[in-house]
Design a protein around this ligand. Sequence first.
Ligand SMILES: NC(=O)c1ccc[n+]([C@@H]2O[C@H](COP(=O)([O-])OP(=O)(O)OC[C@H]3O[C@@H](n4cnc5c(N)ncnc54)[C@H](OP(=O)(O)O)[C@@H]3O)[C@@H](O)[C@H]2O)c1
Length: 193
Amino acid sequence: MASYLVTGASRGIGLELTKQLLELPVSQVGKVFAVTRSDSSAPLRDLVEKSPDRAVHITASVDDTESVQRAARDVKAKLGTQGLDVLVNNAGQQAFAPGGTKTAPPEQLAHLFDVNVIGPHRVIAAFLPLLETGNQKKVINVYVLVRVWEQHQGQARLILATVPRRWEQFHGPSNISVRPLRPTRYPRPHCTC
Ligand SMILES: NC(=O)c1ccc[n+]([C@@H]2O[C@H](COP(=O)([O-])OP(=O)(O)OC[C@H]3O[C@@H](n4cnc5c(N)ncnc54)[C@H](OP(=O)(O)O)[C@@H]3O)[C@@H](O)[C@H]2O)c1
């Protein structure tokens, strides 16, 4: 049985993924660590109450190094001698600046970069020791092309894709597989990527 950690599990894709993982048999999925930045998600609370032996709620903000490192310590304590098998870096934010990059406040860009780009890096770095002792050694980075960077989407994508590539190069011998995943819900006529 594999252990999973999903960030951004309060709602949306992260919540649904957590739900679907918990529906799989214990022979396939053991513990599921659902990470949210606050305690306020009622649907997640319901999931955890329904599967108290497998679902574990952990709080951390992916833009806060200390909270991510604390989350890694909490998960390690729950796993005991086991490692973490699969890390799903799903937490993210999007923002819309009607005037595009010309009017987007730099602070907003910096915040989005911190959450969407540095965030996955923080989480991988904190959980790497646990991933290295896991059996599957998998990371999935659910990523977004930040819309205020509409004119520079290729560039944003390159940055986001570079994070997992560097991790793989650096940690090649430990054989951790890092894959980017970009959900598509909306048609993006202007997207060239
Ligand atoms: N849905 C799409 O069409 C689409 C397309 C491309 C990419 N994506 C990406 O796929 C991922 C999931 O999308 P979604 O549609 O499920 O998004 P969503 O409904 O907006 O959910 C985003 C999740 O990320 C969490 N989050 C945001 N900032 C955080 C932070 N600083 N620390 C920890 N958690 C944080 C949110 O927590 P709170 O509830 O506390 O806000 C929420 O749980 C995101 O990374 C998104 O950018 C989605």
